[in-house]
Design a protein around this ligand. Structure first.
Ligand code: PGA
Length: 265
């Protein structure tokens, strides 16, 4: 079984439209003539999505641009209507968005998103044929209390309640230990592999071994050019969700280059 790794830049609340345009121009220039055995995804803030779409799909873009997919960092679980400040999945489709990050730990901890809300968002995303990047992960206190597996199992079963197998095949899971996000502390490759193997075992219980073997599980949390190769060499790690180190075109590209060298080796 081979899973195509997926490297996604999560810019969080950074890079407005002007900075997005210069990032993409520089990134495409660096990509020139190179192809990597991976999917490349960029998730800018909502307001930068039109500029990202225009820069990637405009007439000036070369064929390198075709290898870059657009993601949103969040979506509403509602249909269009009176929901001040929200963005619905149909609007995202209009901007060539293909992926949507759902349930990031910052959304869970700062904005109070529960497993039930996350589940509703995954369902709404799939109605519009968007591919969810469904984030899960434990805090340091939970890990130290020996609750890693319980926490991950609860997040997975809650987030994926009533999600059909065909929709799971279009869903990516991002395992992001909260203590490794933005801290410079990365999980060791053994810690990450153990957690990924556990996530895949829960997916096997829910969807069967054949489907579970096809689902991509990204690692996220202080991924950098110098640790990408080691993490991506793990058998159950299928790419990365990258925050801080994705804000510079060269650093994002170096992660992809280093992370794909090891694939299949
Ligand atoms: P980080 O963020 O790479 O800055 O740790 C990862 C994420 O939150 O997706």
């Amino acid at each position: 079984m081979s899973r195509k790794p997926i490297f996604a830049a999560n810019w969080k609340m950074n890079l407005g439209p002007a900075a997005t345009e210069s990032f993409v121009r520089s990134f495409l220039e660096k990509l020139q003539g190179q192809t990597y055995p991976a999917e490349i995804v960029i998730a800018p803030p909502f307001v930068s999505l039109p500029k990202l779409a225009e820069t990637l799909h405009g007439s000036a873009a070369g064929k390198e641009a075709e290898s870059v997919q657009i993601a949103a960092q969040n979506c509403s679980d509602k249909d269009p209507g009176a929901f001040t400040g929200e963005v619905n999945v149909l609007m995202l489709r209009e901007l060539y968005v293909r992926y949507v990050i759902i349930g990031h730990s910052e959304r869970r901890s700062i904005y109070g998103e529960t497993d039930a809300i996350i589940n509703a968002k995954i369902k709404k995303a799939r109605e519009a044929n968007l591919k969810p990047i469904f984030c899960i992960g434990e805090t340091l206190a939970e890990r130290e209390a020996g609750q890693l597996e319980t926490v991950l199992r609860t997040q997975i079963t809650g987030g994926l309640q009533d999600i059909a197998e065909k929709d799971m095949l279009e869903t990516v899971i991002a395992y992001e230990p909260v203590w490794a996000i933005g801290t410079g502390v990365t999980a060791t490759s053994a810690q990450a592999q153990d957690a990924h193997a556990f996530v895949r075992s829960v997916l096997t219980e829910l969807y069967g071994a054949e489907t579970a073997a096809k689902i991509r599980i990204q690692y996220g949390g202080s991924v950098k050019p110098n640790n990408a190769a080691e993490l991506m060499a793990c058998p159950d790690i299928d790419g990365a969700l990258i925050g801080g180190a994705s804000l510079e075109p060269q650093s994002f590209l170096d992660i992809i280059v280093n992370g794909t060298k090891v694939q299949g080796s």
